[in-house]
Design a protein. Structure first.
Length: 407
């Protein structure tokens, strides 16, 4: 098994003016944010300034958006699924999403007009829980399929939201195809951020939903006196989150956009593989993706997100599991007076990588290529909490997946 961190500077030819990001404009993301704000459970998740860690690592600032507080669901994913479902319902009603806050969507008149709808999805856990939660909130139904090896705890969390859910014998991408086949047969609506021919609208809405998180972070940074971060590190599965945040930052900051690094599991590094090819095309990886970073175990890029990442990312990284485990330990055992952040395997890999780039000379070349220095202010997104508590404890308490130097 590979124990090192692989990385690639983005040398791909950009379009003359870069991929259009208007679908992630401030205006579009504000629509998503206003919809999310209409839920009674809405609160912006905290942005933690880890001053002691920044001092220890030799940079000006490290800021972590803690998504473990999102809607009480312990992960950011509900932002995309809920907004996509709302946009689908708005389209079905022939109305604009701005006219359909949560209170209107659950009204008896709207429910009668919509009837019963079943939403189907494939998930490692967090996305499916968000879809199930949204369907229950909006008095609809959800069916959720999970890939082989998924956490029983995450399955039970989905079932607790009232969804019909099961773990399949397929990998993530094959399970997505199966979900689509079943949906066509039964008349369900697929809510997935994977893109294929003829299925682009809902993945676009999901990306716009993720923009709420990015918009909150920009606003919170400005309240702290940071007009813009110099660097952003984004974890990626199919790339929807990364593409959404990167596209929104491009819309907000234009030519002054931060340098962005895309971070994947080395067992599912389809974006890194695409960067290696240097021809601008997306490439898939297949097989059983044996990684603790379940939320990133996706082998086929979101084609819409790929265009954004190809044109605007600085570097691509492929990280083994010990990097995520290191990040979990750092966030869970803060330096000095820094806030403790409970971050799951997919949420912490960027922190693990940042710490290695700044504290271990073996990656000095990658650090220089990314432009990290004493003046850097770095924004990270801890996209999930301990969504599998037993796995979290085995890593943070018992030392599963030791650091690189102990392998």
């Amino acid at each position: 098994m590979n124990h090192t961190i692989d990385w690639k500077v983005n040398t791909m030819q950009k379009c003359k003016s870069g991929t259009a990001t208007q679908f992630l404009s401030c205006e579009e993301i504000n629509k998503a944010r206003q919809f999310h704000q209409s839920f009674p459970q809405y609160q912006p998740t905290p942005l933690r300034s880890l001053n002691c860690l920044a001092q220890r690592l030799g940079v000006a600032g490290v800021y972590v958006k803690d998504e473990s507080y999102r809607f009480g669901l312990n992960a950011f994913k509900v932002l995309g699924g809920s907004y996509a479902i709302a946009r689908y319902l708005a389209k079905r009603l022939g109305a604009d999403i701005s006219e359909l806050p949560y209170s209107t969507l659950i009204s008896p008149a709207v429910k009668k007009q919509l009837g019963d709808i079943t939403f189907a999805t494939t998930t490692d856990g967090n996305h499916g829980r968000g879809v199930a939660w949204t369907a229950r909130q909006l008095q609809q139904k959800a069916i959720v399929y999970m890939p082989k090896g998924s956490s029983i705890q995450r399955l039970e969390n989905i079932q607790a939201e009232g969804a019909e859910a099961c773990i399949t014998e397929l990998n993530y991408d094959d399970a997505v195809r199966m979900t689509d086949e079943h949906a066509k047969k039964h008349g369900w609506i697929v809510v997935q951020d994977t893109v294929w021919e003829g299925y682009e609208e809902i993945p676009t809405w999901i990306m716009q939903g993720y923009g709420t998180m990015a918009a909150e972070a920009v606003e919170q940074l400005r309240a702290m006196g940071i007009e813009r971060p110099s660097h952003v590190m984004l974890q990626a599965g199919v790339g929807s989150l990364a593409g959404a945040v990167q596209g929104y930052l491009k819309e907000v900051y234009g030519e002054q956009s931060p340098a962005v690094a895309i971070v994947e599991s080395d067992q599912a590094a389809c974006l890194y593989k695409s960067a290696l090819a240097e021809d601008g095309k997306p490439y898939n990886v297949g097989g059983h993706m044996d990684t603790i970073m379940a939320g990133l175990a996706c082998g086929e890029p979101n084609l819409i997100a790929w265009d954004v990442l190809r044109d605007y990312s600085s570097l691509f990284f492929a990280c083994p599991d010990w990097v995520a485990a290191r990040g979990m330990r750092i966030l869970g055992n803060p330096a000095g007076a820094d806030s403790r952040i409970v971050s799951g395997e997919s949420g912490a890999v960027t922190m693990g990588l940042l710490s290695m780039l700044l504290a271990d000379g073996r990656w000095e070349e990658a650090k220089a290529a990314f432009g990290l220095n004493a003046n850097s202010t770095i924004l990270l997104f801890s996209t999930e909490g301990d969504t599998d508590p037993e796995k979290y404890r085995s890593i943070v308490w018992d030392g599963e997946y030791p650091s690189y130097q102990h392998l």
